[in-house]
Design a protein around this ligand. Structure first.
Ligand SMILES: [Zn+2]
Length: 234
């Protein structure tokens, strides 16, 4: 159980959502066969089914019940609503979650962990690649934030990563269309920046800021159309 607690840090609900959506959507958790191509962590979870079943009522063997039975409940972080909302894109929220916790392996973080690497930003070459630089201070990030805010009729006038997200938390409440668009856009923006950063780093292939912005717009449009189509079918 301690292994699961370590694997599922913080809120943990994304893991539960991911497991239920992608691994157990058609198969009962208790009868899924462990396969060699499964991740190590998932194999560990499945190995603990027998032990988990002993701490749960026999009629409630659901993944969420297991999770609620073993997890340590911590207070919600104030920015949780920016990541977990009805129209979220799981992989975007996952990256955003790691960014909020400053857990992505930026060059500066790797350096702090003892890696002997150079730390300059791969986009501008001037700043040190910290979380705040990569996703806010870098001219590439700033241009994308300006573009997204402008597209939605808003002025971007934030001076720091913290002030931006404090403002987001205070502003983007409820389920209005603009709120949903800004949450999807913000998470897509940081996901695209991280993806582009890795592409430049590992594949030596660079996209323009305009192309990155177009991708973000496509993501938002696709997500909104998917909801409209789903509601139409219903
Ligand atoms: Zn930079």
């Amino acid at each position: 159980m301690s292994l699961i607690k370590n694997i599922l840090p913080g809120e943990g609900s994304l893991w539960v959502a991911w497991l239920r959506s992608y691994m157990f959507n058609t198969n009962d958790f208790w009868y899924v066969v462990v396969k060699t191509n499964m991740s190590w962590s998932l194999k560990q979870i499945l190995k603990l089914r027998t032990e988990a079943s002993s701490i749960l009522p026999s009629n409630s063997k659901k993944v969420c019940d297991i999770w609620n039975g073993i997890r340590v409940k911590n207070p919600k972080v104030h920015w949780h609503s920016l990541l977990w909302f009805p129209l979220l894109i799981p992989k975007h929220s996952l990256i955003a979650w790691m960014i909020f916790l400053d857990r992505l392996p930026t060059k500066e973080r790797l350096h702090r962990m003892g890696v002997d690497n150079e730390c300059h930003c791969i986009f501008c070459g001037a700043g040190i690649e910290t979380r705040n630089h990569l996703f806010f201070e870098c001219p590439v990030a700033t241009a994308l934030w300006f573009a997204i805010f402008s597209l939605n009729g808003l002025r971007f006038r934030h001076l720091s990563w913290d002030s931006l997200y404090d403002w987001d938390v205070a502003t983007w409440k409820g389920i209005s269309l603009l709120t949903s668009i800004m949450k999807i856009s913000s998470n897509a923006l940081i996901y695209i920046i991280w993806k582009e950063r890795n592409k430049r780093f590992f594949q030596c292939h660079a996209s323009t800021v305009e192309a990155m912005f177009s991708t973000i717009k496509e993501i938002v449009g696709f997500q909104l159309r998917a909801v409209v189509n789903a509601s139409t079918v219903d």
